[in-house]
Design a protein around this ligand. Structure first.
Ligand code: PHE
Length: 361
């Protein structure tokens, strides 16, 4: 059997040679663990006589303390070596130039919707919404567009497959069904604008099968055409940022308004260049009219008591005009170069006074 001195110097040497914290832990278990060499020698003390036991016990305790101290010292050494190795491997070069930041842009359609909302919010309008998948009733019938009405064909409607009752839902062809939903669910006075997606089976440089509209509806006691005109003239001048912008109301027809008017703004066209403002030409930008008494009745309102006006505009169209975007299809191309050119910085919040000065970056 090896002497205590031989065993303990073997262990101390092994500690000195250990090259990792794992190896050191294995040595510790082998020496001081429950079944370690030193622990077993301690246990064997029981078999010898008292005087010899005392001496051997002291020697064993001393050896045990020395081993424990050696392990602790080596542990500190290995841990700091590991830290140094990591520090030099993971060194950062703080003198390198920073990576260029790619800042996001707000899509011109989002921006235009925000601007329209900001202008009407200032006039006391609230935002309302409705579903994109609509029943035939809300999209057509309640708006005084009965079956067989020619307007149904003009809308190039997308129909969904018929349900169990043979009824076909539609992708709403305009935001006007939200007029009906709002009147059914509320009492006058009503003052809402409804931005949202609309769908028609049509595709060219100025039409897309999915596009955006913003509807407006005002219902109250004694609302007349003067309110409609004042509200829309103010909107056009603020949106295009031209204080004296000429606005013209041209008689038209919509089944859900009577009388109806198309709204044109003044412009000049010079060799293909369009300039919005006083000039010798006109541009159509929205549809409007006094809510047809039949529509009021369909919503359970008494037309003798309440009147109102409604309007609807294409968001793509007014965005193209304001920001000089020539092709409507590019709105949906998701081309980052296009976004960098026509997009907006997100913190450049729309202001109702921004006008053209707040234009594309
Ligand atoms: N819904 C009409 C369209 O899509 C626009 C409109 C809305 C006209 C409200 C008058 C009143 O063309």
């Amino acid at each position: 059997m090896q002497s205590l001195d031989a065993v303990s110097s073997e262990i101390i040497d092994a500690i000195g040679a250990a090259d990792s914290l794992d190896a050191l832990e294995a040595i510790r278990i082998d020496a001081l663990g429950k079944k370690g060499r030193i622990s077993l020698m301690m246990r064997d003390l029981g078999g010898i006589d008292a005087e010899a036991r005392k001496q051997a016990g002291q020697a064993l305790n001393k050896a045990k303390d020395e081993i424990a101290a050696a392990i602790e010292a080596k542990q500190t050494l290995l841990a700091s070596a590991a830290l140094n190795a990591r520090l030099s491997a993971e060194r950062l070069d703080v003198s390198l130039p920073s990576r260029p930041e790619i800042d996001a842009r707000l899509h011109p359609l989002s921006r235009t919707i925000e601007e329209v909302i900001a202008i009407f919010a200032e006039m006391g309008f609230e935002v309302a919404e409705g579903p994109d998948i609509e029943s035939d009733y809300y999209n057509f019938t309640a708006l005084n567009i009965p079956p067989e009405h020619p307007a149904r064909q003009e809308h190039d409607t997308f129909y969904l497959p018929a349900d169990a009752n043979g009824k076909r839902k539609v992708l709403r062809t305009h935001t006007s069904p939200v007029q009906i939903r709002t009147m059914e669910a509320n009492e006058p006075p009503i003052r809402i604008i409804v931005p949202g997606r609309t769908y028609r089976s049509d595709h060219d440089a100025t039409h897309s099968p999915m596009f955006h509209q913003c509807e407006g509806l005002v219902i109250g006691d004694g609302i007349h055409m003067g309110h409609l005109k004042g509200c829309l003239i103010d909107f056009c001048r603020t949106f295009f940022g031209v204080d004296d912008l000429p606005v013209r109301f041209r008689p038209s027809y919509f089944p859900f308004t009577e009388p109806s008017a198309e709204v044109d703004i003044g412009c000049t066209r010079n060799n293909g260049a369009l300039k919005i403002g006083a000039g010798d030409d006109w541009l159509e930008i929205l549809g409007s009219g006094m809510v047809n008494p039949r529509v009021l009745e369909n919503c359970g309102y008494d037309p003798e008591k309440y009147q109102g006006f409604a309007f609807g505009m294409g968001i793509e169209r007014i965005a193209m005009l304001k920001y000089g975007i020539p092709d409507l299809r590019t709105f949906y191309d998701s081309d980052l170069r296009w976004m960098r050119h026509y997009g907006f910085l997100p913190f450049d919040a729309p202001s109702i006074h921004a006008g053209l000065a707040g234009g594309a970056v």
